[in-house]
Design a protein around this ligand. Structure first.
Ligand code: ZN
Length: 224
């Protein structure tokens, strides 16, 4: 009986864990004023943010090579990717309803050499997770700037005309993506300073840092 209870507890805790790892979606309607013909367009943003995938089987040097990074002792890396799907519906009153789906997927790479150093592993994971949170925060904001891009481009393309529609979609996605990159740059840079790396390093026992450097140097020579 005891075994059964333990088994149930394990099953319960693993299902709770699985639940917290589920992706979620939310819809926000950020602009909807149909009274004025100038401002009658509306935009619906649906976003799905998936839990980041932790990837731990690459060495520090392998991660450097894959992503062409120059850091000599790279502990981890956050790699996020947004996917967009945009649709436009023209209503009887001539207004357009834009619907934008954004899916955000992220991979968090943690150098294989950190796995046996608990503090270094956790601080690296937390650091990379902070990069993920920066991206998520910006996606979840009420993004009027996205509507402005969509509306501004509408004046350049005849969006009811199929040949122009594709260019409109493509151009808008390029601008929205670059908008996210610009908005997030400063936030990412704020934790990627020498001072902050040093501060984070001090939060772990000194021997972990020297062990990490030693293992990476060894792997450079004999593994990758
Ligand atoms: Zn960083």
């Amino acid at each position: 009986m005891k075994n059964i209870i333990i088994l149930l507890c394990i099953l319960l805790s693993s299902s709770l864990k699985a639940q917290s790892l589920n992706s979620f979606s939310e819809t926000i309607k950020i602009f909807n004023d149909e009274k004025s013909t100038q401002t009658c367009d509306s935009l619906m943003i649906n976003y799905r943010i998936n839990q980041p995938k932790l990837i731990k089987n690459y060495t520090s040097v392998q991660i450097q090579k894959i992503f062409n990074r120059r850091e000599e002792y790279l502990l981890g890396l956050h790699v996020g990717k947004r996917e967009y799907a945009l649709s436009i519906e023209k209503k009887d009153n001539g207004c357009h309803h834009f619907s934008l789906n954004i899916i955000f997927n992220a991979d968090i790479y943690l150098a294989n050499e950190t796995l046996h150093q608990k503090c270094t592993y956790l601080r690296t994971r937390d650091h990379e997770f902070q990069h993920f949170i920066f991206e998520v925060d910006e996606i979840k904001k009420k993004n009027e700037w996205i509507l402005n891009i969509l509306k501004y481009n509408k004046t350049s393309y005849q969006i009811d005309n199929p040949p122009y529609k594709k260019s409109y979609y493509d151009q808008s996605v390029i601008e929205i993506e670059s908008g996210f990159a610009i908005r997030n740059k400063k936030k990412h840079e704020s934790i990627d300073t020498k001072e902050n790396y040093f501060k984070e390093q001090l939060s772990c026992p000194e021997h972990e840092t020297s062990d990490f450097i030693e293992t990476v140097s060894f792997n450079k020579l004999f593994r990758n």
